[in-house]
Design a protein around this ligand. Sequence first.
Ligand code: BES
Ligand code: MN
Ligand code: ZN
Length: 500
Amino acid sequence: MEFSIKSGNPEKQRSACVVVGIYEPRKLSSAAIAIDRGAKGYLGEILRRGDMEGKTGSTLLLHGVPHVACDRVLLVGLGKEREFREKEYGDAVRAAIRTLNETGAMEAVVCLTELPIKKRTTSWKVSQAVTATMEAVYRFDRLKSKQDGLRRPLRKLTLSVPTRADLSTGEEAVRQGLATAQGVSLSRDLGNLPSNICTPSYLAEQALGMAKTYGFKTEVLGHKDMERLKMGALLAVSRGSREPARLITLEHHGADRKTPPIVLVGKGITFDTGGISLKPAAEMDEMKFDMCGAAAVLGTLKAAAQLQLPMNVVGVIPTCENMPGGNATKPGDVVTSMSGQTIEVLNTDAEGRLILCDALTYAERFNPEIVIDIATLTGACVIALGHVASGLFSNDDALARELLAAGDYAVDRAWQLPLWEDYQEQLKSNFADMANIGGRPAGSVTAACFLSRFARKYRWAHIDIAGVAWKSGKEKGATGRPVPMLTRFLIQRSAARSQR
Ligand code: BES
Ligand code: MN
Ligand code: ZN
């Protein structure tokens, strides 16, 4: 999809379609008023006849509107004006794009980007329009024997901004929105691929491919390397599987080599059966999404590279399968992590923290400014926050605030949960330094507490994306979250840095 920015009168835009908003009940937005004036009251008349109420997500496509330069006018319902906020804006854009994609118009001018939203800038509206558009046109049909392609798909969108002074801001926002959206798409693709295709080796190949395209420095460690590094926790998870484990690192160097990097660590369990602590059969297929943390790291690095962010970012991806088998780790087994701390594996299904703890220790060698891990870590997080917010934990409150703000801006929100000492008690083991589970109460918190014991040497945050990384049911599929939050976080940081 191609995006451009324009300012000027909507009624004078030569285009296959111009898209304007209608508030409920039957109230024209300012771009709609401009068209209505040019068309001598034609839109107002249609609304009076009762063809469009303005409900959120509704659309009405008009042909042959008199005295306007474009072939079609698409009216998009916005809901009540007083209730028109971030979510309604995204819904309106997605509804418009879905309709446009099904009409013959292959390009359009979208005026929704001029709608006022409290506290949101033109820049925000433009980048959100880009990400929402890309989300709406996303398809994953490469595994179907026939792709039912659209006959005349939408190719080019022009987003309108209020004045000529907004043009360059708009263009920068398109760039950021597109980079984010491409990171999201990559992350969704990887998440949606089944575990017989998306194996640890496949993820490593993808990383190597990205290294070629974007100039990342990449390293892929195999079983022997990890043995040498004494990654006993990661290898304990991989033992039951025939697929070899990998530890992937990618480095984006946008700043001086000596500048400490932001390290992103992503959980890459390409399938989580639970191991010997086997999961029940229902919906087990969704455990192919257990590598969405890894996918988010790759997606965010892709966005960072496309934006040529003037900072150093490192991705670390521990990846393997969690399988039962004759050689699998058994409940009660004690393993020694790379940090030297010993772990009693009371439940082999709490495997994410086992691969992450060794990756967190490994991250020390990059002398990181900050380490952020991203993981589909606990079912308990889904119970706590549902499918709306990611769970955020941090040993540094300023870092937590930065991530929360980035999530709020990107409409990819997180909610902070406590990491208090009081919870550490639940991880006591009679046989090792700690157990890998802390019982049912506060399951997401004790998982984060476990990780915190391996992240004492740097500022660290943990994002539990178990509830947000994919959707179940009819719309089953990966979401690409939290790539928007992480990309925004990096953009924010690189901007703050260059101002200093
Ligand atoms: N990958 C799962 C977490 C998960 C479960 C994410 C369901 C999304 C939906 C993780 O490896 C896991 O199995 N966690 C266990 C931990 C428990 C054994 C302490 C869980 O949450 O049940
Ligand atoms: Mn598990
Ligand atoms: Zn898992």
